[in-house]
Design a protein around this ligand. Structure first.
Ligand SMILES: O=C(O)[C@@H](CO)OP(=O)(O)O
Length: 331
């Protein structure tokens, strides 16, 4: 599989605009993820109120990796990290193993993405990461169409020098009204090898339920000629650490639209799940999950259930202020 966006190319991308917020004390909120033995308590999923500085637009910064990177970790900043598994795809609907096959969303998947966007429409987003697969990209775009800030998500094309040059934006004001969307094959779904395109039920009938469950949910047993979750985690988590954490550390609010297994491996890393615990982690399509990144740690904040849900805006004072600002802009 070829990398659609090299890390070298990414290092030259410039970003614009951000906002910060903070958190203090927990209240309650429910998470959308189900994980077997290690289901977090309502307390640990608590939402928070806080006091801190206003959202602000900042000068463009460079992505990490660049020798002249201007990303400097902000000691006291808190950033939002939204994870969304793509909406239902045409092969989810047909119950086919999909992996890295590039199939689009169904109308239901489109609806799920729109619904996900409504849930996060008041949460700041400065940069979006998606896999190189259309179902994740559609989900990111459709979700952002619902955002009240109305910035334009723009896919960054750095696959060649010409693509980079031909997609330049020459207005600082237009850049400010844009959100870069970075596509990375490392966030792709786990490559399902020779199961890709097979019907899940028929495969279970043929090879046995246990065997298929082992291929689908064990940590380190790959399907025939495919990737195990461990192999998928190796590239997805490495990308997350190298490319995404520096953005969060710089105070950027990040959304990742990706896949069941690439997100399971990232959640495994964020929530420090063991390889035993991750096998019972299941993610629903089109459900956004929020984490707060603070002082180098990730705090799980569950899934915003709706845009006007009071608890969502109690995550942090700055988040509430961001929403107020949006209210003011929209009136
Ligand atoms: O087919 C796939 O690519 C994945 C996600 O839909 O399936 P599974 O549920 O087995 O991880």
């Amino acid at each position: 599989m070829a990398a659609s966006t090299s890390q070298h190319a990414l290092s030259s991308i410039k970003f614009w605009s951000t906002s910060n917020f903070s958190l203090e004390k927990p209240t309650c909120h429910v998470h959308s993820v189900s994980v077997g033995r290690r289901c977090p308590s309502a307390r640990s999923l608590g939402l928070v109120c806080a006091s801190n500085s206003q959202s602000s637009v900042v000068e463009p910064v460079q992505l990490p990796g660049s020798p002249k990177s201007s990303i400097t970790p902000k000691k006291s900043s808190e950033s939002a990290l939204i994870l969304i598994r793509h909406g239902e795809s045409l092969w989810n609907e047909k119950n086919l193993f999909t992996g890295c096959v590039n199939v689009p969303l169904t109308p239901k998947g489109v609806e799920e993405a729109i619904e996900a966007g409504k849930r996060i429409c008041n949460i700041p987003v400065d940069v979006i990461y998606t896999s190189s697969l259309i179902r994740a990209q559609m989900t990111a775009m459709l979700a952002m169409m619902q955002h009240r800030r109305k910035k334009v998500p723009i896919i960054v094309h750095n696959e060649s020098e010409q693509a980079h040059k031909w997609s330049q934006i020459y207005s600082e004001e237009t850049k400010k009204q844009s959100i870069p969307v970075i596509t990375a094959w490392q966030l792709n779904e786990r490559m399902y090898g020779e199961l890709q395109g097979l019907n899940k039920q028929e495969t279970a009938d043929r090879f046995g339920k246990e065997q298929v469950h082992e291929w689908r949910r064990s940590y380190d047993i790959p399907p025939p000629n495919g990737e195990s979750l461990e192999m998928c985690a190796e590239r997805a988590v490495a990308y997350f650490k190298d490319q995404i954490i520096p953005q969060l550390a710089a105070g950027k609010h990040v959304m990742i639209a990706a896949h069941g297994n690439s997100l399971r491996s990232i959640i495994m890393h964020l929530d420090k799940l063991t390889s035993q615990e991750v096998i019972s982690l299941e993610l629903s399509t089109g459900i956004p999950m929020l984490y707060i990144f603070k002082e180098g740690k990730f705090i799980r904040r569950g899934s915003p259930a709706g845009p006007s849900e009071a608890g969502v805006y109690a995550y942090t004072k700055n988040l509430a202020q961001y929403r107020q600002k949006l209210d003011g802009m929209i009136q």
